[in-house]
Design a protein around this ligand. Structure first.
Ligand code: DAH
Length: 355
C-alpha cells in the first residue's frame, strides 16, 4: 500500500471516530489545506510521465470524493447530535417567573378607550365592535348617505376595490346599523375602534380612533342626549363643572344634528378645560334619522333615539397634554414610556380613571 493510501485510510478512520466539530476542523485541514493530503499529492504529479499522471490524478480525485462525502455526512450527523444535546441541556421551564421583569406600558389611546367605555358602562351602555374593512353600504348608504352625496367627498375615503364597494371605514357609525340588525330594541351601546381617512398633518392621521354611541328606545329625546354627554365630559375630564355648547350642524344620519364644543382657556401654555371663553369641538351627535332606523329594521314610529361620534385621539391629546397626533403612531418606545400607563391600573369610575 502506498503512503498516500495509508494516510488516506488513517484520515478516514479519524473521520469516523471524530466526536465534535472541533476535531472535524482539524481533520478537514489535514485533508484539504494547502499542505494537506490532497494538495501535497497533486503537487507530486509534475514529475510523472503523462501516462502515470492520468492514473494517479484519477486516484487522487476518487480519494478526494470519498473523503468529501464522508466528511459531509459526519458534519451533518454531529450537528444534529449537538443540537439534540443542547436542547436536552437548555430545557426551559416557561412557568417560572421572568428574572429580569420589565412592565410594558398601555398606550394613551387604549387607556382613553378603557376610560370612556368604563364611564358609559356606568350608565348602562355595553360595548360593540364592527369591522375595519367595511362595505360601502354600511359606511354610507345604510346611514342615509346616498350615491353622489357630498358627505362622501368630505370623508376622503380609502377604497379597497376599484368598484368602490369595499373600503376602510371612515367612521364608527356603521356599527350602529350592524348592531341594530343583530338584535331587537332597545339598544344602548358604545363602539370604539379604528377609522381611516386620507389625511395627514399635526391633528390628522390616516388612521385614527372614534367611539360611536347609540341609544334607541321608546321616548328618547334630545334632553337625554344632552344629559348623557354632559355626564360623560365631566367624568372624562374628572371635573365637577364644565362648559359645553351644542352647535347646530349637519350629518346625513341624524336629524337634528349638532356638534358639541367644550369651553377652555390657555394658561402658561397649558390648556385648561372647563372654563374660559374659547371653544373646542370634540364630537358630533344628533337624533338618529328615521331612514337609518328603517335600514336597520327598527320601526321609527315606535322607537327613536340619539347617536354620537367622539374623536378618541383628540380627547387623549387634551386630557394628557400631548400636542402632536402623529407621535401616537410612531411606535417610539421612549414616548410610550413617558405617556403610557401602568397595565395593572385598569381605569374604573369608582377608583378614579387616570390616577
Ligand atoms: N360619523 C361622524 C363623523 O365621523 C360623527 C358622528 C356625528 C357620529 C353624528 C354620530 C352622529 O353618531 O350622530 O364625522
Amino acid at each position: 500500500m502506498s503512503d498516500f493510501e495509508k494516510f488516506k485510510d488513517e484520515l478516514k478512520n479519524k473521520l469516523i471516530k471524530a466526536k465534535d466539530s472541533k476535531e472535524l476542523d482539524v481533520i478537514r485541514s489535514e485533508i484539504f489545506s494547502k499542505n494537506g493530503l490532497i494538495n501535497s499529492e497533486f503537487k507530486k504529479l509534475g514529475s510523472l510521465s503523462p501516462e502515470e499522471k492520468k492514473k494517479v490524478a484519477s486516484k487522487i480525485n476518487t480519494a478526494k470524493q470519498e473523503l468529501t462525502t464522508l466528511l459531509n455526512e459526519k458534519v451533518s450527523n454531529l450537528q444534529s447530535n449537538e443540537i439534540d444535546e443542547r436542547v436536552k441541556k437548555e430545557k426551559n421551564d416557561v412557568t417560572l417567573p421572568e428574572k429580569d421583569f420589565k412592565i410594558g406600558k398601555i398606550h394613551p389611546v387604549s387607556q382613553v378607550i378603557d376610560e370612556i367605555s368604563s364611564i358609559f358602562s356606568e350608565i348602562g351602555f355595553s360595548v360593540e365592535e364592527g369591522p375595519d374593512v367595511e362595505s360601502e353600504y354600511y359606511n354610507f348608504t345604510a346611514l342615509n348617505t346616498p350615491e353622489n352625496h357630498p358627505a362622501k367627498d368630505m370623508h376622503d375615503t380609502f377604497y379597497i376595490e376599484e368598484n368602490m364597494k369595499t373600503l376602510l371605514r371612515t367612521h364608527t357609525s356603521p356599527v350602529q346599523v350592524r348592531t341594530m340588525l343583530k338584535g331587537k330594541p332597545p339598544f344602548k351601546i358604545v363602539a370604539p375602534g379604528r377609522t381611516y381617512r386620507s389625511d395627514s398633518d399635526q391633528t390628522h392621521t390616516p388612521m385614527f380612533h372614534q367611539l360611536e354611541g347609540l341609544h334607541i328606545d321608546k321616548n328618547i329625546t334630545m334632553g337625554h342626549l344632552k344629559g348623557c354627554l354632559n355626564y360623560f365630559i365631566k367624568e372624562f375630564f374628572e371635573l365637577d363643572q364644565i362648559k359645553m355648547r351644542f352647535r347646530p350642524s349637519h350629518f346625513p344620519f341624524t336629524e337634528p344634528s349638532a356638534e358639541v364644543d367644550i369651553g377652555y382657556r390657555i394658561e402658561n401654555n397649558k390648556i385648561i378645560i372647563g372654563e374660559g371663553d374659547k371653544w373646542l369641538e370634540i364630537l358630533g351627535c344628533g337624533m338618529v334619522h328615521p331612514n337609518v332606523l328603517k335600514n336597520s329594521k327598527v320601526d321609527p314610529n315606535k322607537y327613536q333615539g340619539f347617536a354620537f361620534g367622539i374623536g378618541i385621539d383628540r380627547l387623549a391629546m387634551l386630557k394628557y397634554g400631548i400636542n402632536d397626533l402623529r407621535s401616537f403612531f410612531e411606535c417610539d418606545y421612549r414616548w410610550l414610556n413617558y405617556y403610557g400607563f401602568d397595565p395593572l391600573d385598569v381605569p374604573t369610575n369608582y377608583r378614579g380613571l387616570s390616577k
